[in-house]
Design a protein around this ligand. Structure first.
Ligand SMILES: Nc1ncnc2c1ncn2[C@@H]1O[C@H](COP(=O)(O)OP(=O)(O)OP(=O)(O)O)[C@@H](O)[C@H]1O
Ligand SMILES: [Mg+2]
Length: 728
């Protein structure tokens, strides 16, 4: 395969040095024109993009942006991991996964048996013609060609062949044909039913594994890669694998049948068979060794293209704004080329194999005819015809058998890639063990103890360093700190989206790391920095499990200031039981689609503003009324007035029975909270009442307030909160 192998090796090297999201190759024109010279140089130079990222990282560390104790060597390239690509033959383990997914080995035994039976019936049908011709020859040995001057035997003029009439011979022939059709139908129906079941099983396992994967997996796997597993790989399992397996069995059985027939008719042919088989094995090996790798390259090359589509769709306005259209067009072309190159080479290698297999097949027919002619006097003509007809088919059977075997290995690549995802690190169990199950009404209080908590995304690179704090039930804690201080990380640790590397968190006396995730997450509510809304009704978004009546849902919308008044008759009766918040006419603009609980929210809340999305997430928290509520910049995108009203709602009766963690960059949001936690580079820098923190002359919080430009207001609000009586 000389040059071909060299091309393959080159492709391999490229693949190994290329990150999943960054393909390199062609020069990218026009980026300099857009004023992004450094970036353009990085893209054009196969090595400089890594250098570019690395330089930025080192610069960030040098500037102190990552904290002095963080080593850039630990961070480089650690987030998005390169996609795994197996090499060499498909492992037995992968075949095992697929075989056991189709109802186990008994199924395969039955498929092989049915396949052999169907083939035997086909051969019997051909053999019947052979018997028929022989009987005819015995009954009318002197039959000669019509243009001969000899007289025709009387038997040729009758309807009797051997002992039987022509209808008998045709009848049996048809009967065998009907049995053959039934045998084929049963074989295919049984085989397909098992394989469809296998595809379903594998898909169900894949979904389970991905849904329960740790958040780290989602951080380190680009979206395109995951989509690729569920689309392209599952398609190859669900459609191509089924076909190639079934037809591979059929073709191999047919080829074996031919060898058995020819060898039975002319035993010396067995020697030719051995030589031809060796030739086939060598050709097949060359073909499979190259196409297997090519197929893997092709599968891996589609993920970067899919990721790019995602980026393009989401970032189209930024791309246009930064004048990077040309760059993305070239990038798309490069990635398409990366995908098409192995596909083209697969086609070429298929032609290479066809030519050689045709030659080998012709050799089989040649030797078969040669043996017949060699023994022409002693050979029964009907048997010779029987053997020759099958010998001519041999090359087709082998060609398709090998091609299907190859396709099979290639399709197993889909199973292989999916099987990598079946072994993902999984989150802890959703259910608590009986001995660790918290009491039914846990948590009764929102008492919270954080002891020596260390949290890390990447092993040995802690983001939170030995955090300790004690929070009493019902306390409202404001959390502030610079970007990257670890505020969101702390909130994720409360829900065990990131497991503590050291230390523990106790909620109402229960170590949260000991209980099932479902028990924990059902009882703690988070309103994240970037709230996720689902494609569905408002009701579904607020109460996905339909646990609460409409009144509660309307009430939550009302309290989140999304509706001015209740939108349904039922709800209007509920208004009387609610402690009335003053209805403000300025909220009218907020109503929008919030006129019915059945109104549709589009995927990711595209039909809502970011502020409205945050308010829906807040309403979701209000519906659940958990003992521990975490708000991560939950009102950062709503206007001051609405934020102010929401804060009043929160501090009022609404969350009176809940411990509240509110992460905020707007200091006025948390200035009247019970205490403020200041995080600095993953450590507790200050933790006290806002008024006390403001009294610390060199304190971080005070300095933040001073820089905010509203120190007077904040100081006043903090004092009011500390001693409300004095100001009443
Ligand atoms: N998924 C992740 N994988 C790896 N590191 C992460 C991940 N998320 C955050 N980090 C790192 O953890 C540190 C703390 O991030 P975090 O999101 O907790 O900051 P934050 O205080 O919430 O910042 P902001 O105010 O901008 O929201 C940062 O250095 C960040 O780079
Ligand atoms: Mg954050």
């Amino acid at each position: 395969l000389g040059k071909f192998s060299a091309t393959l090796a080159e492709l391999n090297t490229k693949e190994d040095t290329k990150s999943d999201d960054g393909s390199k190759g062609k020069e990218v024109d026009g980026i300099e024109d857009d004023g992004n010279a450094e970036r353009a140089k990085a893209v054009n130079d196969p090595t400089s993009e890594d250098e570019y990222n690395s330089k930025s990282l080192h610069k960030l560390v040098a500037d102190g942006g990552l904290g002095a104790d963080i080593n850039p060597v630990n961070l480089e390239g650690t987030l998005v991991e390169d996609e795994e690509r197996e090499t060499g033959r498909v492992k037995m383990e992968v075949w095992g996964i697929f075989f056991s997914a189709c109802s186990g080995y008994s199924y395969w035994f039955a498929v092989l048996l049915l396949n052999s039976l169907a083939k035997v019936v086909t051969i019997v049908q051909d053999y019947w013609i052979c018997i028929w011709v022989t009987a005819n020859n015995i009954a009318s040995p002197h039959v000669v060609l019509p243009d001969s001057t000899n007289t025709v035997s009387p038997a040729a003029n009758t309807n009797i062949i051997g002992q039987h009439t022509v209808s008998f011979w045709i009848g049996i022939y048809l009967a065998i044909g009907v049995i053959e059709v039934f045998a084929l139908f049963i074989k295919l129906a049984y085989a397909y039913s098992g394989l469809i079941k296998a595809a379903r099983n594998v898909h169900a396992k894949l979904i389970r594994s991905v849904v329960h994967a740790t958040p780290r997996f989602f951080d380190s796997s680009p979206f395109g890669r995951i989509i690729n597993r569920f689309s392209r790989d599952m398609e190859s399992i669900g459609t191509n694998t089924l076909d190639s397996l079934i037809w591979m069995f059929a073709d191999f059985t047919s080829a074996l049948g031919v060898i058995v027939i020819i060898t039975a008719v002319m035993p010396p042919f067995i020697f030719v068979t051995v030589v031809i088989t060796v030739a086939y094995v060598v050709i097949a090996k060359c073909y499979l060794d190259s196409t297997r790798e090519l197929k893997r390259l092709e599968s891996n090359a589609s993920a970067p293209l899919l990721s790019l589509f995602g980026e393009l769709i989401q970032g189209v306005s930024s791309i246009r704004a930064f004048g990077l259209k040309k760059y993305y067009i070239m990038e798309a072309i490069n990635r398409s080329d990366e995908l098409n190159r192995p596909f083209y080479l697969t086609m070429v290698s298929s032609c290479w194999m066809s030519i050689r297999l045709d030659a080998a097949g012709a050799t089989v027919s040649f030797f078969c005819a040669f043996f017949i002619l060699w023994n022409v006097c002693s050979f029964d003509a009907s048997l010779a015809g029987f053997a020759l007809v099958h010998a001519l088919q041999f090359k087709d059977y082998m060609l398709f058998a090998i091609r299907n075997y190859g396709d099979n290995e290639l399709n197993m690549n889909g199973v292989e890639r999916v099987s990598q995802y079946l072994k993902l690190d999984q989150e802890a169990s959703a259910q608590s063990t009986p001995e660790n199950k918290p009491v039914s009404n846990w948590p009764r209080t929102g008492d919270l103890e954080v002891e020596d908590l260390v949290v890390e995304y990447v092993p040995n690179v802690p983001v939170l360093h030995s955090l300790s704090m004690s929070i009493k039930h019902g306390e409202k804690i404001g959390v502030v700190g610079c970007t990257g201080a670890g505020k969101s990380t702390l909130s994720l640790a409360f829900l065990r989206f990131i497991e503590a590397a050291k230390g523990r968190i106790m909620l109402d006396g229960v170590d949260i790391s000991k209980i099932g995730l479902e028990d924990l997450r059902h009882n703690v509510t988070i309103i994240p920095q970037d709230p996720v809304l689902f494609n569905g009704t408002i009701r579904f978004n607020l109460d996905p499990f339909s646990e609460y009546p409409d009144e509660i849902v309307w009430d939550a919308l009302h309290r989140a200031h999304l509706v001015r008044e209740y939108g349904s008759q039922t709800a209007s009766t509920a208004i009387s039981v609610l402690e009335g918040n003053a209805i403000d006419s300025s909220l009218e603009h907020m109503s929008g689609i919030f006129t019915s609980l059945e109104a549709k929210i589009k995927e990711n809340g595209q039909n809502l503003s970011l502020g409205q999305r945050q308010l829906v997430a807040l309403a979701r928290a209000l519906v659940r009324r958990s003992r521990l509520i975490i708000m991560d910049e939950a009102t950062a995108s709503v206007d001051f007035d609405t934020d102010d009203r929401i804060q009043r709602t929160i501090r009022g009766s609404e969350f009176a029975n809940s411990t509240l963690f509110c992460i905020a960059h707007r200091l006025r949001t948390i200035i009247d909270y019970d205490r403020v936690l200041v995080l600095d580079k993953g450590k507790v820098a200050e933790f006290d009442t806002p008024a006390n923190l403001l009294n610390r002359q060199d304190g971080i919080f005070r300095s933040m307030c001073e820089k905010s430009g509203e120190f007077e207001y904040l100081a006043d609000a903090a004092k009011r909160a500390q001693d409300p009586k004095q100001f009443s």
